[in-house]
Design a protein around this ligand. Structure first.
Ligand code: GAR
Length: 211
């Protein structure tokens, strides 16, 4: 059996990307296993979903931690206990502290519902529709200290239709999110990603698989 990369997923809400990652692992299209899900929201659907799959799911209460750093220290502690190798942010609505980013340097990914660097931050799909862009999409990137600014791993393009609303565009982008997040994780699991400054190079499969 192939070795499975140990994933820790941080999520604040619905958890559909989490589900896509779990299902890709179960289907064997991704050599990775979600070993823990952490949320900053007590009743996040992502936690409930993880428990349904028998995955450890932990709420870390922001009110019990005086600073963002302290909150992150509690999360890092959980990730270390579970020997997490790659951290995946999936609808996680907190900015990571620099100590978190150092602790998992080049081992944190995020998904964003726009073609970065366009429309970073909150309400990306709403801003896309309001701006009148003809194309949008989604981006998986490594996380640095900025808001959605880290080196880009994969992007998928989604057209914006004339009658799109925030909701219809979000739904169409989400379909692509569920495809590219597992793909990015698989590239990482295969050791094929190399960060060169702002660019992420993807090596051929044979380079890392020795055949
Ligand atoms: C997704 O659309 C994700 O791209 C977005 O939140 C949603 C979470 O959905 N993330 C951001 O906007 C981060 N800036 P999910 O909980 O169903 O995966």
């Amino acid at each position: 059996m192939k070795r499975q990369l140990r994933l820790g997923v941080l999520a604040s809400g619905r958890g559909s990307n989490l589900q896509a990652i779990i299902e890709a692992g179960k289907a064997g299209t991704v050599d990775a296993l979600v070993v823990i899900v952490v949320s900053d929201v007590a009743n996040a659907r992502a936690l409930e979903l993880a428990r349904r799959y028998g995955i450890e799911a932990v709420f870390v209460d922001p009110r019990l931690h005086a600073t963002n750093e302290e909150f992150d220290a509690a999360v890092i502690d959980l990730l270390r206990k579970h020997e997490v190798e790659l951290v995946c942010l999936a609808g996680y609505m907190r900015l990571l502290s620099s100590s978190f980013i150092e602790a998992y340097a080049h081992r944190i990914m995020n998904i964003h519902p726009a073609l970065l660097p366009a429309f970073p931050g909150l309400h990306a799909q709403r801003k896309t529709v309001q701006y009148g862009s003809k194309f949008s999409g989604c981006t998986v990137h490594f996380v640095d200290e900025g808001i959605d600014t880290g080196p880009i791993i994969i992007q998928a393009v989604v057209p914006v239709l004339d009658d799109d609303t925030e909701e219809t565009l979000s739904a169409r982008i989400l379909v692509s999110e569920h495809q590219i997040y597992p793909q990015a994780i698989q590239l990482f699991a295969e050791g094929r990603l190399e960060i060169r400054g702002r660019r992420v190079c993807c090596h051929e499969a044979y380079a890392s698989q020795g055949g």
